[in-house]
Ligand binder design. Structure first.
Ligand code: 5GP
Ligand code: ZN
Length: 117
C-alpha cells in the first residue's frame, strides 16, 4: 500500500523528482540526493514496507527482486569488478531516516572494514 506521507512512495508516484537509474515492474533505483560516495544509489521496492525486515517477512520474493536490482545497478555503474557496499539501515538508532525499505549501494572509492562509523 502506498503511504501518502512517505517520501519514497511519492518518488515512486512521480510526485517528487529523482534521478532514476533503473526501474523494474516492482523496484526502483535512483541516486541519493546527498551522496556519501562517488556512486550512491538507493534501491527500493515500489511497494511500501517500513524496513528490510518487514519487506523480507511479508514478501521474500520482492526482497530478492530488490537484491537483483542492486546487482544490476552495481554492474551498470561499473562496480561489479571492484566491489561495493550494500547497506539497509534498520531503525532510527542506526540512522534510518526514511521508513520505506531501501538499500544503499555505495562504491567508487576505497572503503575500510569499519562498519560502525
Ligand atoms: P536512511 O538514512 O533512511 O538509511 O537513508 C535515507 C537516504 O535518503 C539518505 O541517504 C538521504 O540522503 C536520502 N534522501 C533523503 N531525501 C531524499 C530525496 O528527496 N531524494 C533522494 N534521491 N534521496 C533522498
Ligand atoms: Zn513508502
Amino acid at each position: 500500500m502506498t503511504q501518502p506521507d512517505c517520501l519514497f512512495c511519492r518518488i515512486v508516484a512521480g510526485e517528487i523528482p529523482a534521478t532514476v537509474v533503473r526501474e523494474t515492474e516492482t523496484t526502483l533505483a535512483f541516486r541519493d540526493i546527498a551522496p556519501k560516495a562517488p556512486v550512491h544509489v538507493l534501491v527500493i521496492p515500489k511497494e511500501h514496507y517500513a524496513d528490510v525486515v518487514a519487506l523480507g517477512a511479508a514478501d521474500p520474493a520482492l526482497a530478492g527482486q530488490v537484491l537483483n536490482t542492486v546487482a544490476d545497478v552495481a554492474a551498470a555503474e561499473g562496480l561489479d569488478g571492484t566491489g561495493f557496499r550494500v547497506i539497509f539501515n534498520t531503525g532510527a538508532s542506526v540512522g534510518q531516516t526514511v521508513f520505506h525499505a531501501h538499500a544503499h549501494v555505495l562504491g567508487g572509492v576505497e572503503m575500510d572494514g569499519d562498519l560502525t562509523g
